[in-house]
Design a protein around this ligand. Structure first.
Ligand code: PRX
Length: 650
């Protein structure tokens, strides 16, 4: 926790408070403590009521929750189909013409998809998948740009009980094949390419590279989006539009057990190997529907919801696809970057679609701040009602800027803490009920148990410690695919009986929670989790590199920046640009180190352990504390000199 002392001190100076306005309260779904009170009485009963109110079940459950630490099962005996809940039931209720997605392509093209449109395409793709041999329990990989077909693909899998594993389109061929192989997926759904920053980025060629070493894939479905040339392997590769056109249009939604695997989503841990986080059907859908409805104070008839995340991350799964569609909401989905063709693209989209609820990341907000308030001022943002933040701690300045310049000083800001593992939002204000403080995610949601504990596991009433979750929740991960031991070790071994989130957290004198970032070797770069070990392994896989140490250093825009210290093999020579590109090839562009220092030695303890904390201190320009455990103290002096001289590579 020592790395976070400055943050703790700064945060505690933040005394501003923002109660919801009387006007907001009047129209809010929740303006008092009723949900909290109900959940405090009986959290399992509370979640059961949500599951019954928000979802349609084909068979009722007989057990709300079976808790055999560290494994929870929710709504046992119950059956439902996620795709039915997201599509059919809205169409059956006469809302087929309601817009599910306003999709905006980066070049300026647009599509409007109603619930009926989505249902039609999902049924066809589901049948096409079946025709290609996909069965209940199989895994399907999805590697797509931000196009509606991504949601269609996920829902088509859910419809037939195949688990999807979405891989972010920015990940490299190597990352894709690692994930395919770990999941032993049968089918890959990809695209020729997508649009980003004014150019077409190819995806199919990366998929082809991945498939050289991913033998379980039998078929590849390719969406045409980029228009770039691609090679199609006869018998293996199929154009999406051909399959859709030929497919049987009717594919009844089959009931699935509540605990049927819905998806795997890979996330970085503290080792080099990403973990396949497992999410199941009934509990997950309950939690995302509940949180989407209440955290964003959803009024489905009038709201236009926009979550700017990519579907490749959990935020996109839960708040672009499953939560909004389960609630019958209308969402915006945008393909590209926020600064194409100009720095006001997002504000133009908000104006165009009259977005009411906007959900983005602090790193984006800090970038908007740099671009200046004149950009949003060019547009009418008066439709906005609630603003959300996710992915990393939001600093009070960014919170205030968001509140004032995007929310006109009137929209409640909901800072939502959660993780890939939690499935849905866990800590957040309810916008009509909670008095917010800039920089604090405030309180656990109803039905969620949170405690901050110290090193020994003792509960902290006020002050800093580690965030733990004290009771099972419906959207919780059900394990790590193929690695139960790692599941136990990572989350359940540090504090007996509690889930260890890996985040530092401070409780203030009014019980507000202030999240302080990761306390393990996981970096958070622009809201994305990247493990130091993963980047180190990528660097060391370059023939010129003997050894590498990677740390996340504080960065004004991206939260943390990746700083690498590299020792070259004797006689080798390589330039920094080549090494950065090598990491992009191994993992993806998001993992490129911002700065690489070459050094003859790395600071190590006498037992040979690299002292990452020291390297972080060097990277952040801090005075070093105790270095007596170092094997060779002169190494650090040299690194500090270099850091002081360094010019940052872009
Ligand atoms: O460190 C926390 C940070 O993001 C981590 C989870 O990352 P990921 O699984 O990629 O999911 C991101 C989107 C849910 C957490 O362990 N984090 C997420 N939201 C917040 C946050 N840190 C502080 N405040 C938040 N609101």
């Amino acid at each position: 926790m020592s790395d976070n002392h400055n943050t703790i001190d700064d945060l505690m100076l933040e005394n501003r408070k923002f109660p919801p306005s009387a006007q907001f309260k009047r129209q809010a779904l929740v303006a008092g403590t009723e949900l909290y009170d109900e959940a405090a009485e009986d959290y399992q009963g509370f979640w059961a009521r949500q599951a019954a109110d928000l979802l349609t079940w084909s068979t009722d459950w007989n057990t709300i929750c079976e808790w055999n630490l560290p494994y929870a099962k929710w709504f046992l005996g119950g059956q439902l189909n996620v795709s039915y809940n997201c599509l059919d039931r809205h169409v059956e209720a006469g809302r087929g013409d309601k817009v599910a997605f306003y999709w905006e392509g980066e070049p300026g093209d647009a599509r409007v998809l109603t619930y009926a449109d989505l249902l039609d395409e999902v049924q066809r793709l589901a049948n096409a998948l079946k025709d290609l041999g996909v069965q209940r329990g199989d895994r399907v990989n999805i590697y797509l740009p931000m196009i509606p077909e991504a949601a269609v693909a996920m829902l088509a899998c859910a419809r037939i009980g195949a688990a999807h594993s979405v891989v972010f389109g920015g990940f490299s061929a190597q990352s894709l094949s690692d994930r395919i192989n770990d999941a032993e997926a049968k089918v890959l759904i990809t695209a020729d390419g997508g649009h980003r920053r004014g150019e077409v980025f190819p995806l199919k060629p990366a998929a082809d590279d991945a498939l050289v070493s991913a033998p379980t894939i039998e078929h590849v479905i390719v969406v045409r989006r980029g228009g770039n040339d691609v090679e199609m392997v006869t018998g293996r590769d199929h154009w999406y539009h051909d399959l859709i056109a030929a497919a049987d249009p009717v594919c009844p939604a089959e009931p699935m057990d509540a605990e049927q695997l819905l998806f795997l989503l890979y996330t970085s841990g503290t080792t080099g190997k990403p973990k396949g986080i497992m999410h199941t059907t009934g509990g997950y859908l309950t939690q995302v529907a509940f949180t989407h409805k209440y955290v964003f104070d959803l009024h489905p008839d009038t709201d236009v919801f926009w979550c700017t995340a990519d579907v490749g991350w959990v935020t996109g799964h839960s708040y672009i696809v499953y939560g909004p569609l389960a609630n019958g909401a209308t969402s915006v989905m945008y393909e590209g970057v926020p600064n194409f063709p100009g720095n006001d693209r997002l504000w133009a989209i908000i104006e165009k679609y009259k977005v009411t609820k906007f959900y983005t990341a602090p790193t984006a907000i800090r970038t908007f701040m740099k671009w200046g308030a004149a950009e949003p001022e060019k547009h009418d943002l008066s439709s906005l009602r609630v603003l959300g933040s996710v992915g990393e701690p939001i600093n009070p300045e960014a919170w205030m800027w968001y509140h004032e310049h995007i929310g006109a000083g009137t929209c409640p800001v909901v800072d939502t803490w959660w993780q890939t593992e939690t499935g849905g939002i866990m800590i957040s204000p309810l916008p009509g009920a909670t008095t917010t403080k800039p920089g604090s995610a405030t309180f656990p949601l109803p039905g969620i148990g949170v405690e901050v504990v110290d090193d020994s596991g003792k509960r902290v009433e006020q002050g800093g410690g580690y965030l733990t979750l004290t009771q099972p929740w419906p959207g919780m991960l059900r394990g790590i695919w193929g690695d139960p031991q790692r599941y136990f070790d990572t989350y359940w071994s540090r504090y007996e009986g509690r889930y260890f989130a890996g985040d530092g957290c401070k409780l203030d004198d009014e019980g507000y929670l202030w999240l302080l970032g990761r306390v393990d070797d996981v970096m958070n770069v622009s809201g994305h989790r990247i493990s130091t070990t993963e980047v180190e392994s990528a660097l060391v896989s370059h023939p010129a590199v003997a050894e590498a140490a990677v740390v996340g250093a504080l960065d004004d825009t991206t939260g943390q920046a990746i700083i690498a210290y590299v020792t070259l093999r004797g006689g080798s020579d390589v330039d920094i640009a080549e090494l950065r590109d090598h990491v992009a090839t191994e993992i993806g562009a998001i993992a490129k180190p911002k700065t690489i220092y070459f050094t003859a030695d790395l600071p190590k303890t006498r037992s040979g352990k690299i002292m990452r904390r020291l390297l972080r201190d060097v990277a952040e320009g801090r005075n070093l504390g105790d270095t007596t455990t170092l094997a060779d103290a002169s190494v650090v002096g040299e690194l500090q000199r270099r850091a002081a001289e360094a010019t940052v590579e872009d």
